[in-house]
Design a protein around this ligand. Sequence first.
Ligand SMILES: *Cc1c(COP(=O)(O)O)cnc(C)c1O
Length: 302
Amino acid sequence: MIFKLEHSVNQRINLSNKTVELYIKREDKIHPFVSGNKYRKLKYNLDAAKKLGFKTLLTFGGAFSNHIAAVAAAGSLLGFKTIGVIRGEELEDMVPTNATLSFAKEKGMQFKFVTRESYRNKTSKAFLKNLKDEYGVFYTIPEGGTNALAVKGCEEILTPDDEVFNYVCCAVGTGGTISGLINCSKPSQQVLGFPALKGSFLKEDISKFVTKNNWKLITDYHFGGYAKINEKLVTFINQFKKDFDVPLDPIYTGKMLFGIMDLIDNNYFSKGSKILVIHTGGLQGIEGMNVTLKSKKLSVII
Ligand SMILES: *Cc1c(COP(=O)(O)O)cnc(C)c1O
């Protein structure tokens, strides 16, 4: 892709508990709008779309989706038309007050709002045919952006210098990012995934993309499910930023780091372990989450 990127650096986190070494790979900093793993996942897909002559990208997501924001921004940088199929008909009237959707709109994304029921059937032939009839030809990027080309992009997150780490940790949504990390890890490294949603088929989904088995999902830190959040998590995120100057998002990286700090406190990692945590970005989601927190009269993410 042809827009400018910053290198992500491994930032050391100075823990008071000195039994392990903790570093965060700041992938959130690689681009202001196409940040973190969403850039990695789009890279080869957009190359393919361009090579194949597509002018339009179509993808799917919810009202706070980091993926929707990233596709809109990347499309506008690279000259693609973008269409976002959005879950929830009622959102049509809420674009101006929804940070993610208004950002995507500003970047030129055209929305198609659909009911939750049709959204569930979004990969059916009939649904896709309707979209083709309405929008003509387009390159389809799946929900969350995960496919084989996305995994290939995520295989570029680790560099040769990262071989010194015993553990590589990342947040998990659809499993594309962790699949890429597993593929580019050394067999002696352990890859730990922290799902942001409750259980289901993740393990099988990941197994489709990987051949190694040096990985594990830690399923105790989803805080009740996708986009669910509580006071304790908000406090943790705010304290983490204050202590270490690393902003975390409430849906993925905040929950993962809460989990990692808890595991460190409980001596999950053997003494002397070197841990690398991937900051997958997602910071655009903070604004939208704060609207929800305010409406519930809870403290916000600062
Ligand atoms: C989308 C996203 C993830 C999940 O990535 P998958 O490849 O879907 O598992 C993790 N962290 C952040 C910040 C994200 O936006």
